[in-house]
Design a protein around this ligand. Structure first.
Ligand code: GDP
Ligand code: MG
Length: 177
């Protein structure tokens, strides 16, 4: 996971947003360190994590910012969004309310972030299919209407986490190239 000696062609700042407990920190832990914890206390004081990967023979360092619990108080500040070129907007497929709040998060993004920010909508905890409260088809329609990429992931089972980041990073890469 990442090679410290390689030269970096691009650094892309990404931000994770969405309601508390949807799995943002675990998605990041899975992507950056291939780790997962069932203990939700896992959000430490770290502001961001990085992982370097290769896209089209260029090395791209993803610098991914995670809220340290501020999402509870809607205290995500402008500094968090500053310079971000991509956003992962996460809800929990087992908690309808976390999806119902997505328009608010979009509004927040559109007022604080760069207007060209690339956004992927993520329905996390796809391993909990028996507790599903948000049908995939509804979200497909919503995402299409809003012009967002959309994937369902499981940080626990490592399903689609890699694809989600690659979708976002590849789109950003194509825009800057
Ligand atoms: P955050 O507040 O959005 O950062 O959420 P966390 O990453 O702290 O996760 C909240 C809780 O959901 C923790 O107990 C995690 O272990 C759990 N969790 C996160 N992702 C998944 C997942 O994909 N599947 C399941 N079953 N649980 C998950
Ligand atoms: Mg967290």
């Amino acid at each position: 996971y990442g090679d410290a000696s390689q030269k970096i062609d691009y650094v892309f700042k990404l931000v994770l947003i969405g309601d508390s407990a949807v799995g943002k920190s675990q998605i990041l832990a899975r992507f950056a360190r291939n780790e997962f914890s069932l203990d939700s206390k896992a959000t430490i004081g770290v502001e961001f994590q990085t992982r370097t990967l290769v896209i089209d023979h260029k090395s791209v360092k993803a610098q991914i910012w995670d809220t340290a619990g501020q999402e509870r108080y809607r205290a995500v500040t402008s500094a968090y969004y500053r310079g971000a070129v991509g956003a992962m907007l996460v809800y929990d497929i087992t908690k309808r309310q976390t999806f119902d709040h997505i328009p608010r998060w979009l509004e927040e993004l559109r007022s604080h972030a760069d207007k060209n920010i690339v956004i992927i909508l993520i329905g996390n905890k796809s391993d909990l299919e028996d507790q599903r409260a948000v049908p995939t088809e509804d979200v497909n329609e919503f995402a299409q209407k809003e012009g967002l990429f959309f994937l369902e992931t499981s940080a626990l089972q490592a399903t689609n986490v890699e694809s989600a980041f690659m979708t976002l990073l590849t789109e950003i890469f194509n825009i800057v190239n």
